[in-house]
Design a protein around this ligand. Structure first.
Ligand code: TXA
Ligand code: MG
Length: 316
């Protein structure tokens, strides 16, 4: 049984109690719903991997309430402090050197010497972090390899019966996962995943370019594996009309059965992306296909296209 909790003080107190018992509770963030568990508990973190069917070599993001809490887990240099001050709370995850005394379960970091940390802006996520008063490991609350959830109903679709609860805070405002920036010593800043914070905005504060290519030597985020975010139907990109047995998802001048944003607004498109991918999947039905209109590769378009390329990639 997975209980659905309201985003009230009572609901958050109950959610925090479940987390303290080692239970898993999904909760809304401004990006997507996270599947939370106590980041200090081996049992809770192992349960997250089991509930998602996620390979254990793929480390999790640790969520904390503020920069002070983050500094107790990782070492921040001047660059890291500058971007944290500019963009936290918000859709940015930093990969930083892990402090030996952080007290996190080694499963969270998959045994790496670095840790991914984020301070979410969503009021319900902040409320839950206050109520729990500790770090929460939280990957996206979907079975591994499937489309990320932006509504409580999406979480239940994939994980009902496998987790203790979900706090229903409505639809996520940003709609794509956080931008992941690697800031490791003696290395230039590296984009490990495009996301809800546009690269251009990040570079303006860093005052330098951010490396975007995959560096095979650097730790690679397994979110970078080709097939991820897969719907059931096959996906075609760059479409301007629907072929036979295709559900067209439009953008800007291309009108589809569903349209990410009729006005070509990238923020609106990001917020609609995963819900429309799920709905198009249902509409396509067995043997059907989904075709997506082109989206520009700027700002949030970078994250949208990254998720669409993964949805379209040959299945692993
Ligand atoms: O918006 C988000 O970031 C959402 C919400 C819930 O906060 N979370 C999320 O988590 O997307 P997840 O687990 O689905 O994605 C975490 C990504 C993975 O691709 C993982 O490989 C990468 O972060 N990651 C975690 N720790 C890392 C590390 N030490 N070095 C490099 N990549 C890391
Ligand atoms: Mg995910």
């Amino acid at each position: 049984m997975t209980i659905v909790l309201p985003p009230t003080a009572t609901g958050l107190t109950k959610a925090a109690a479940l987390l303290r018992e080692g239970g898993l509770v999904a909760f809304p963030t401004e990006t997507v719903y996270g599947l939370g568990g106590d980041a200090r508990s081996d049992a809770a973190v192992a349960a997250i991997f089991a509930a998602k069917g996620r390979p254990r070599f793929n480390p999790l993001i640790v969520h904390v309430s503020d920069l002070d809490a983050a500094e107790r887990l990782a070492r921040f240099d001047a660059r890291a402090r500058a971007v944290a001050q500019a963009f936290w709370p918000g859709p940015l995850t930093l990969v930083l050197p892990l402090r030996a005394e952080a007290g996190l379960s080694p499963l969270v970091t998959a045994g790496l010497g670095s840790v991914a940390i984020r301070v979410p802006a969503h009021a319900v996520a902040q409320g839950l972090l206050q109520a729990f008063a500790g770090p929460l490991a939280a990957p996206s609350a979907n079975p591994s390899g499937r489309v990320s959830p932006t509504q409580a109903a999406h979480v239940l679709d994939g994980l009902a019966g496998r987790i203790a609860g979900v706090v229903d805070g409505g639809a996520c405002m940003v709609g794509v996962e956080s931008t992941i920036l690697g800031l490791l010593p003696d290395s230039p800043p590296r984009l490990l995943r495009p996301g809800g914070l546009p690269l251009e905005v990040l570079e303006a504060v860093l005052g330098t370019g951010v490396a975007t290519g995959l560096d095979e030597k650097a730790i690679t985020a397994p979110g970078q594996l080709a097939s991820h975010y897969a719907p059931v139907a096959a996906v075609r990109l760059g479409a301007t009309t629907a072929a036979a047995h295709e559900v067209l998802v439009g953008f800007g001048p291309v009108t589809g059965t569903l349209t990410l944003s009729a006005t070509g607004d990238l923020a609106e498109a990001a917020a609609n992306l995963f819900d429309m991918l799920r709905r198009a999947d249902v509409l396509a039905g067995a043997g059907g296909r989904i075709a997506f209109a082109p989206v520009p590769e700027t700002g949030l378009g970078r994250a949208i296209n990254d998720r669409l390329r993964r949805a379209a990639a040959p299945r692993a």
